[in-house]
Design a protein. Structure first.
Length: 504
């Protein structure tokens, strides 16, 4: 009898959950929201599609097929309506991040990116916004110069040995070393030989895969994380590795013979990120704690390399696939150089004065944004009306940057790479305003990426130099990408040679 009950209990539990799901699908006020059939009953459809690593394109197709609201799981809806996006992501929004983001942190900790607590996130950002501000960039520029020069030496070597190489990989080496330099005052060393130092890149990739997939079933994250953290091959193990990596870097930084007070007063131009945080902590340890120091360092490492590398790849890829645009940008850079307005080691301020370069950068990040999944948010208490429909509190909704950027009503002929669209829109202020409101490669509102300006600094100093000084030849007309939150190019293989400048 006892054995029969033990066998019957799991079966009854399973049947109960099936009936519960059927009931929700049948009687939900959102039951008629369109989407693939199985999404009414289970998250497995969405989980399986994410697993293939190409969801950015599928998300676009789903909206083309079903309209501005698409069901992706029983309580998850992808949105694309312009007014809805403003309401959900705009400044002051009360739509908190959903439980999907729990997979991006240690179950017992909170981090800046994954923090679902609106008030705490706002408080944390206020403490550190100045470190990431546009005005702080001048202090980080020497760190970028160092890495740009080493990157240039690697390119010279490739021109001499005439070997092809993965430009996307080397962009990641550059971005990793820059963020190491800015954060800890020393490069990690990726640019020296192009190798994955201590497996940091591999660990970061595992983190992306694990966090993206476990986020579909966030209730399993606390149950699996502790066990999986013991295995280096797992995403949880990758997160544990990155945490130890950052903690060790901070420890070594603190034990060095630097005099932080002297650094503050006499060497502010060469202060790295941790230098500034240590000074702030020593001045006010209640406001800036050791944990703040850790999470900001970790945030820089995990978010500061892939995103910038992908954006650099996007700019160069679209230029190489659109030769007329490349030549037009090169002509602008050559003209600035001839007039003494563009230095050998391009200055950030100089790049900001190049209108066509600014348009190229914006258009490339529109065409291929670093993030390629819906930015999930939870409908707050009282519910919300989205695209003419009422969504009860607790419903999960989200917009994918790729879906928004490929909306033809905002960006006509959205699949065409046309930097000119940004310059043409300057004569139509309302249109330009709409385009800028829907331009979200770094997110929107209060959750805009903290490192946005650092990423722009890295791109602004490197791309003009590459376009002016080198000729790249891509080895294929299409590239393979993999989307686990970040849409990462996998085979951006090129040949490179020194540009022969005309003497005419």
């Amino acid at each position: 009898m006892h054995l029969f009950i033990l066998l019957l209990a799991p079966a009854l539990f399973f049947v109960f959950h099936i009936l519960l799901r059927l009931g929700r699908a049948t009687f939900s006020s959102l039951k008629d929201v369109p989407g693939p059939f199985w999404t009414r009953f289970t998250s497995l459809w969405y989980f399986n599609r994410l697993r293939h690593g190409r969801f950015e394109y599928e998300n676009i197709r789903l909206h083309q097929q079903y309209g501005p609201i698409v069901r992706l799981a029983p309580n998850q809806y992808s949105i694309s309506d312009i007014s809805a996006i403003k309401a959900v992501y705009g400044t002051g929004s009360q739509f908190a991040k959903s439980a999907w983001y729990d997979g991006w942190k240690h179950p017992a900790q909170w981090t800046v990116f994954a923090d679902r607590n609106i008030k705490r996130h706002s408080d944390t950002r206020k403490r550190f916004t100045s470190l990431y501000s546009m005005s702080s960039l001048v202090h980080y520029e020497p760190f970028v110069n160092d890495c740009a020069e080493i990157f240039n030496r690697r390119l010279i070597e490739f021109t001499e040995n005439k070997k092809s190489f993965n430009l996307g990989h080397w962009f990641q080496c550059y971005a990793f070393d820059v963020i190491g330099n800015i954060t800890f005052g020393e490069r990690f060393g990726f640019l020296d030989r192009g190798e994955d130092i201590d497996g940091a890149m591999a660990a970061l990739h595992k983190v992306m895969m694990y966090s993206t997939m476990i986020g579909v079933y966030p209730e399993w994250h606390p149950r699996l994380f502790g066990l999986l953290s013991k295995f280096k091959w797992s995403g949880a193990g990758g997160r544990a590795y990155i945490s130890k990596f950052v903690q060790e870097k901070i420890r070594l930084h603190e034990t060095e013979s630097k005099d932080t007070e002297k650094g503050e007063s006499e060497h502010i131009q060469t202060q790295d990120f941790v230098d500034k945080l240590l000074i702030a902590r020593n001045k006010n340890p209640e406001k800036v704690t050791d944990y703040h120091l850790f999470i900001m360092g970790q945030s820089n490492v995990t978010a500061g390399s892939d995103t910038t590398a992908i954006s650099l790849s996007s700019i160069m890829w679209h230029l190489l696939q659109n030769i007329e645009t490349l030549y037009k940008l090169r002509a602008e850079i050559d003209d600035f150089t001839a007039k003494g307005l563009c230095s050998e080691n391009v200055k950030f301020k100089e790049s900001q004065e190049m209108p066509y370069f600014q348009a190229v950068m914006k258009e490339a990040l529109r065409m291929h944004s670093a993030t390629g999944l819906p930015m999930w948010r939870e409908v707050p208490e009282g519910g919300a009306e989205i695209s003419g429909r009422y969504f009860p509190a607790g419903t999960i909704i989200g917009a994918n940057t790729w879906v928004v950027h490929y909306d033809d009503s905002v960006f006509p002929e959205a699949r065409s790479f046309r930097p000119e669209r940004w310059l043409e829109a300057e004569s139509n202020p309302e249109k330009l305003k709409e385009m800028n409101q829907m331009y979200m490669p770094f997110g929107l509102g209060s959750r805009t990426c903290l490192g946005k300006h650092i990423s722009i600094l890295e791109m602004s100093k490197l791309i003009p130099r590459l376009v002016r000084d080198y000729d790249f030849t891509p080895l294929r007309s299409d590239w393979k990408t993999e989307n686990y939150w970040f849409v990462k190019p996998m085979d951006f293989d090129v040949h490179v040679q020194k540009r022969v400048k005309s003497t005419l």
